[in-house]
Design a binder for this molecule. Sequence first.
Ligand code: HEC
Length: 485
Amino acid sequence: MDFPMFHLDWLNDRFLIAVIAIVHVFINHGLAVGFIPYIAWLEQKGVRMAGAADITDPEWDHLIYRKMKVAFIITTTLGAMTGVGIWFSAGLISPSSIGSLIRVFYFAWFVEWLTFVTEVVLIMIYFLTWKQSNHSLKAKIRHIRFGWFLSIFSWITMCIIVSILGFMMDPGNWNNDHSLISGFTNPIYLPQLFFRTPTAMVLGGVFGMLLTTLFASRNSKWRETALKDGARWMLCWAPVSLAAAIIYYKAMPEAMRENLSTAVGTMEFAQYYDLLRYIIPGAVSLVVVLGVWTWLRPRSVRMWMVLVPCIAAFGFLGIFERVREFIRKPYVIGGYMYSNLLRKEDYPLYKRNGLLTYATYATAGKVTPENKLSTGQDVFMLSCSRCHTTNGINSIVYVFERLYGVGKPLDENSVAAYIPNMHQGRTYMPPFPGNTEELHALAAYIKHLQVTGESLEGAQSAGVMVNPDNNMHNTQPLADTAQSK
Ligand code: HEC
């Protein structure tokens, strides 16, 4: 509540983060973490295959170089931009949660920054010195070593971020002792890292095979060997990925049961969970079938035969990320901060004194008959707008109409009766944070939206209004929270 609310009414705020984040994960896992070691391995293989008089096989080396060129261009442009874009969009939409995460993970993020800069320098060196390094065996071996260094640094950047992702799902002991170490070693961290590593390798391999079918024509000398190597790479990693997925899913519901039991039982989750149960084995079997087929009959492999498992594998990763985000609800940081950016421990204050009393940006601090609609809009912005729009994706009018009949005029009292209980039936939603007057103002505003079809502008276009009644010092703290402070 300390930040003005950015809001994209036509899109849905969470959707913006999701799109940028999923593109980034595709690139990070498929073209960096899993792809670079595959490239370094193939480059090394070129040196081993060359005759005694040569440094490497020029044709083979050129094929691998062209694959690396694709990864270089995409990772340093779209990859880097979406990486920064995640933090920009999350910082806009969810500033309080990013603020908390930075306070907890300050040093981890600092190390992440150093690692990332090193990674960028290494990828520059690796790609830009590739051709020069072919002049002497010593230079070539040094170059390959840079490929392995780059692989390690790409993996370390992922290692750090995965800890933060795990933390948001289940902070483990951090909720008691608030230390970086217990935050970093949260219960979901290692299972998730163990799952992401081989999965990234499978993605890197299948994407590499796709590039082979594009860059090595059918009469090219190395096409079959390169395809078989891709198959070998995938067949090595796919079983590890499957085993790790099972371990991860075993680890997750248990941790979820303790802290996030509310998120597991939802209808949406059940649907995704089912989908996931088919998609994981489906994508893995497609990759394995492709691997075995290529191993046995490399000549017959066509581009589309690689494209289908490639899309399935990337699709699987996308769904995995979506589920990971969903089961965390109603929290943005498990057990600590709800997805509406309000801390759980502050709820008793909001309930007693009203949410708007504590809002830095609002049209008023108290609901009156005159300001009911504008304060209702403030309450919507503060407690629903991170997940609902007025008439875009997951529109608040639509979800109420779905309950009470599409096109039928909403009844303010039924809406007001539903909201205080919404977190019980739909456990992915946080409880309503405000007092009774705010509840009725919100219901009146939702009804008003249905009648007028009005849309809601975020602070970025509507500007901000500092709450004229915000006077934190005059509000009496609750006895119990005063003691715990
Ligand atoms: C953490 C995100 C989140 C927040 C915050 C949130 N909702 Fe929801 N809400 C959802 C999701 C997700 C759905 C399910 C949409 C669907 O099924 O298509 C939903 C569904 C609903 C439904 C329909 C429930 C049903 O049984 O079909 C209502 C009504 C609703 N929300 C009202 C609200 C109100 C009012 C607020 C603010 C006080 C709010 N929500 C805050 C995520 C949220």
